[in-house]
Design a protein around this ligand. Sequence first.
Ligand SMILES: Cc1cc2nc3c(=O)[nH]c(=O)nc-3n(C[C@H](O)[C@H](O)[C@H](O)COP(=O)(O)OP(=O)(O)OC[C@H]3O[C@@H](n4cnc5c(N)ncnc54)[C@H](O)[C@@H]3O)c2cc1C
Length: 304
Amino acid sequence: METLRARLGDRLLPGEPLARYTAARLGGPADWLYIARQSTDELVEVVTTAWEQAIPVRVLGGGANVLVSDAGVRGLVVINRVNEVTFGEWHEGRNVAVTSGVGLTVLAHKCQARGLAGMEWAVSVPGTLGGAVVNNAGAHGGDMARVVRDVVVLDAERGPKLMTRADMDYGYRHSCLKARSDRRFLVLMALLALEPDDPQAIQARMQSYIAYRKQTQPPGASLGSIFKNPPGDYAGRLIEAAGLKGYRVGAAQVSPVHANFFINTGQALADDYYQLIRLVQQRVEQESGIRLEPEVELLGFEDH
Ligand SMILES: Cc1cc2nc3c(=O)[nH]c(=O)nc-3n(C[C@H](O)[C@H](O)[C@H](O)COP(=O)(O)OP(=O)(O)OC[C@H]3O[C@@H](n4cnc5c(N)ncnc54)[C@H](O)[C@@H]3O)c2cc1C
């Protein structure tokens, strides 16, 4: 850590609670935390140095799809806020080049203002482009797989690489990057191919998505959908059918509004969430024979 400490000074934070950086406001300390705000160059330099020194690195965007344990995360956690959006006409189309720390909501609004359709589904999805590229985030019939043209990825072993949409092997909340357990890669930016459309029509779609969410999803800090929908069914329906709507472990509760959301009713621990996830998984499997697969990623838990 000495090299990084010399390079970053007091921007390398020891023992910083990750609850401050996750959408659910859960999670214990990172051994070391660095917030990348300045430039992609600095982000690359810090991550590469850590890789070279065999320090475990975890890059987070909005922390909107991770359940971080109360024990926290060992090594270096990087919070990616590198924020650049460039519009242009490349590859015979209207495209946008986006660095991975750009927030999805901000990006949706910028594209709308330019009269470019394709990202409006993301208007109320928390997190960054980097997390969305890895997870193939999507909503309201849209997803990253439909708009990504190329992704620039830095690989710890192989260096920088341009991955096409086909290389990403996108599926429902899946990509080849998400499937990698080593996590020794960094998404730097993506080029998105968008379609020209009337800004007011895009705006109207965005407003209807926001209104739909307000109606169907509980407010406040959460982890979003806890489980993926199994083929041909809905995780929320299965959880409700197992009689678990409103069920609690500690201060974590299966939302009475939407059973695939677990809400923090007070000072929930990450462990409350973890126990609730396991319990719901078991009960749903007993009732329906279907084993729900978590959509959220578990970080810093012993069996992960
Ligand atoms: C209230 C709520 C509603 C939600 N609704 C939706 C929804 O409708 N649709 C949907 O798909 N998701 C939804 N989510 C989940 C979440 O918003 C998405 O998965 C989002 O893409 C996560 O982005 P992030 O930047 O927060 O990723 P993080 O949670 O920070 O990270 C997710 C994974 O990506 C990795 N990662 C992130 N950035 C990089 C990078 N630059 N390089 C390498 N790896 C990286 C992380 O290491 C981690 O493995 C919701 C979440 C919440 C809390």
